[in-house]
Design a protein around this ligand. Structure first.
Ligand code: ADP
Ligand code: ZN
Length: 768
């Protein structure tokens, strides 16, 4: 084959001394580098080789065929040294020049291969989606037989000349499948398949639907913020804003109107929301405010995704609302990007490339020369730093809540000052002491009073870092996952123990499995289940609705439950941190947080920030509409100053205290971090690889940028995961690209020792 190819190539290329012009494609091959290569485009492939096209081309001395992606096509000089593209599949969605530039940046910033970035922009399934077919039932020429039954006669008369879809015939109830099949066999009906034309149905409407909210007169702070954003939209230049305001201060209203301003100028907008928002009323409410909307999320079928992307690319959609991947939406005339709840962890990808959608949004806005708005009540400290000390973003502040809504009164209860959580390397603590101290006396009293007044309450148990396991009476050890050593959680519903870290699951044992022990196992139970039990004891008549990832399997479950609560179908909503975010329950009068300080026991430099955000969010749930409300925040220990600030809902005080700590210990936003995790099932391999990698990286740093530091290698906080041992190396460097330069040198030259799984995470958020 390759001889034929070479011959063909010689025949296509100019002869020696001859000059010719032709098409050249810039191609990123699937190699661990973003160095690109130029190939000639043979005439018969000119149609297919466009930016985003998947191509194959010969690489290296051996000339082996390597796959890659076309980034750009231009006309240039062909000479004899040129090699040609061998095959090409055109992209399903056209990739604009700004998106190609964004892809290059993502690859270089997050240190991942072109293939990983491009398949994210252009999911592989795009090319493979077959057009949907529908079955059409038609009458044949055959007349209705004399002796046809009434049922058959009715069916034949129900089928119009031009035919009807099988689905609608079934739905109409005119016939059973057996009857239809019989008629087909008798030659009275025919069933044909037809391709369904791609619909563009909801792109027709032009007028934005009026919602009650369009009638609001903006508060002064809202008006000032909107003016700044509208000016920026008109300015058609890169600008970054932080819209900072407590929950309920009217940020969403400002986004909606800024997006309208962009649409009015003929531009499109992207509104990024955290994953959790999709499961709530937030997105529904937002989508109703615009006429031509596409909602993009991770659970779409490949087919509806392709359709949505195609409509976006053709400009038939004004507003794209979606989770993190929507930052890559192929908008053809983007005018504004909004990132709502920009501090949310779900904007960070969980697989390579480990990009952060907020940071990609900033880069995209810069490339497209448009404004970007980050919104939050509790900005990530990186964002706050950029909007204040570093002066990179403009700070827009919505100081107070919209008229009529009051901030709740917040109280701190230190529930059990003597009984500290026993810290555990896996971020979990085992507590043998059943239900004692779940509800402090203060919280219990307030709850009973609320119920007596027939008001609603929300109780949140912070499960993060507080999963309670089975513990042996005799040896005192908790039951651990045999695969990854994290604490197993008991599920009462089916008497199983499950690992929430890997997917290990087993029947709940009766006796301690530790060799030579066999003692009786004490049951703790899942924190949230224990809370439920405790509630039933304290307030047996209260209607309790529980909402966590164990009871809520789908988006629909979630929406149904929330709607039920909003309509007053339950008195108390209990849940994990899931219920803290983005919900709007105007009538809730009491919010209780249990173990609000649990994140502090995680091995993560953002622990205080997480705890602060959680408390702020949950306290913000109460009292969204007029009337007095109360938030009770229970902690196990006297909180550090940064957390006390949460009770006063004072973000600035928190940020000042916490930024000082970050600076002192050289953490983001003052440095840039990268985390390498070496995972391997073979004994000692991971540890060994991490140790050698740290040495190599140190040498490279010394040569490339001595400001980059390499921390000593160590076992990860979860030292075993899915039967692999895990060790990590952390790099920290100046905020400019020093860290990436060192990584690039190591990765492209393949200088790091091989392990079964190596992950490279720039700006990591997960330290498990
Ligand atoms: P945030 O996004 O800051 O949490 P929202 O924009 O969701 O706040 O506003 C909170 C509530 O206040 C919503 O129910 C919203 O409809 C309402 N609201 C927003 N702006 C105004 C306004 N100017 N006047 C009256 N109500 C408003
Ligand atoms: Zn496990």
């Amino acid at each position: 084959v390759s001889a034929v190819r070479r011959e063909r190539q010689e025949w296509l290329l100019p002869r020696e001394g001859e000059l010719r012009r032709g098409l050249l494609a810039e191609v990123a091959l699937e190699l661990p580098t973003w160095k690109t290569y130029a190939f000639g485009v043979p005439a018969e492939l000119a149609e297919s080789v466009r930016p985003g096209a998947r191509v194959t081309a010969p690489h290296g001395r051996s000339g082996r065929e390597v796959e890659g992606y076309c980034l750009a096509v231009s006309e240039g000089e062909w000479d004899q040294t040129l090699t040609l593209i061998q095959s090409a599949t055109p992209p399903a969605v056209e990739l604009s020049a700004p998106l190609v530039e964004l892809a290059r940046w993502v690859g270089q910033y997050y240190q991942c291969t072109p293939g990983a970035v491009m398949s994210m922009l252009l999911p592989r399934t795009l090319g493979e989606v077959r057009p949907k077919r529908e079955r059409i039932v038609r009458r044949t020429e055959a007349p209705i037989p004399e002796k046809a039954s009434d049922r058959l006669r009715r069916l034949l008369e129900a089928v119009p000349r031009e035919g009807v879809t099988l689905a609608s015939l079934r739905e109409s109830g005119a016939a059973t499948d057996t009857l239809i099949r019989g008629a087909v066999r008798k030659g009275l009906l025919a069933v044909v398949q037809r391709e369904v034309a791609l619909t563009t149905d909801d792109s027709g409407r032009a007028e934005a639907p009026m919602s009650e909210e369009d009638g609001y007169a903006l508060t002064e702070a809202q008006a000032v913020a909107l003016q700044a954003l509208s000016d920026a939209v008109a300015g058609e230049a890169f600008r970054a804003f932080l819209l900072f305001g407590v929950p309920g201060s009217g940020k969403t209203e400002v986004y909606v109107r800024a997006i309208r301003a962009a649409i009015a100028r003929g531009r499109q907008a992207i509104l990024l929301v955290p994953e959790i928002a999709l499961a709530t009323q937030v997105v529904e409410r937002l989508a109703r405010r615009f006429a031509r909307v596409a909602v993009l999320h991770g659970q779409m079928s490949p087919r509806s995704r392709v359709e949505a992307l195609a409509r976006i690319a053709r400009g038939e959609v004004d507003v794209v609302i979606g989770t993190r991947t929507a930052v890559y939406a192929p908008c053809c005339r983007l005018g504004l990007i909004v990132v709502d709840e920009e501090q949310e962890g779900s904007f960070k990808s969980l697989s390579s490339p480990y990009y952060h959608a907020r940071d990609v949004a900033l880069k995209r806005a810069q490339i497209e020369r448009i404004p970007v708005v980050l919104g939050s009540a509790t900005p990530a400290l990186e964002t706050w730093y950029n909007a204040t000390l570093a002066g990179r973003y403009q700070l827009l502040e919505l100081g107070t809540r919209v008229p009529g809504a009051e901030l709740p009164r917040a109280e701190l209860v230190v529930s059990d000052p003597d009984e500290g959580l026993s810290e555990d390397a896996y971020g979990a603590s085992a507590d043998s002491d059943a239900n004692r101290g779940i509800l402090s006396t203060r919280l219990r009293t307030a709850l009973l009073a609320t119920l007596k007044r027939r008001d609603q309450a929300i109780l949140l148990h912070n499960r993060r870092g507080y999963a309670v396991a089975l513990r042996c009476d005799t040896c005192g050890l908790p039951l651990r996952c045999p695969k990854c050593m994290s604490l197993l959680v008991l599920h009462h519903s089916d008497e199983t123990v499950r690992c929430h870290r890997c997917s290990h699951r087993d029947r709940a044992p009766q006796r301690c499995p530790v060799e030579g022990c066999g003692g009786a196992l004490q049951r703790g139970g899942l924190a949230i289940q224990r809370l439920e039990e405790e509630l039933r004891r304290v307030a047996p008549d209260a209607r309790v609705l529980r909402l966590d990832s164990d009871t809520m399997r789908t988006r629909e479950d979630y929406q149904t439950s929330l709607r039920a609560f909003a309509e007053g179908a339950a008195d108390v909503l209990i849940g994990t941190q899931m219920i803290a975010k983005g919900l709007d329950f105007p009538v809730v009068r009491l919010v209780g947080v249990i173990d609000a300080d649990a994140p502090l026991y995680l091995r993560d430099f953002r622990a205080t920030e997480f705890a602060f955000q959680l408390i702020m969010q949950v306290v913000g749930r109460a009292g969204r509409k007029a009337g007095e409300s109360l938030a009770i925040v229970q902690m196990r220990r006297e909180p550090p100053p940064a957390l006390k600030a949460a009770l006063a809902m004072d973000y600035r005080q928190f940020a000042d205290a916490e930024l000082a700590v970050r600076q002192r210990y050289a953490y983001p936003p003052f440095v840039r971090l990268a985390r390498l995790v070496f995972a391997d099932a073979r004994p000692d391999r991971a540890a060994d690889a991490a140790r050698r990698a740290a040495e190599t990286l140190r040498e490279l740093a010394a040569a490339i940028n001595p400001a980059v530091r390499v921390d000593p290698p160590e076992a990860c906080a979860a030292p075993r995961l899915r039967e692999m041992n895990r060790h990590q190396v952390l790099l920290r460097g100046p905020r400019e690209t020093g860290v990436q330069k060192v990584l690039a040198a190591a990765l492209t030259e393949r200088k790091l020792p091989a392990v079964q799984r190596l992950t490279v995470d720039v700006d990591p958020m997960d330290f498990s």
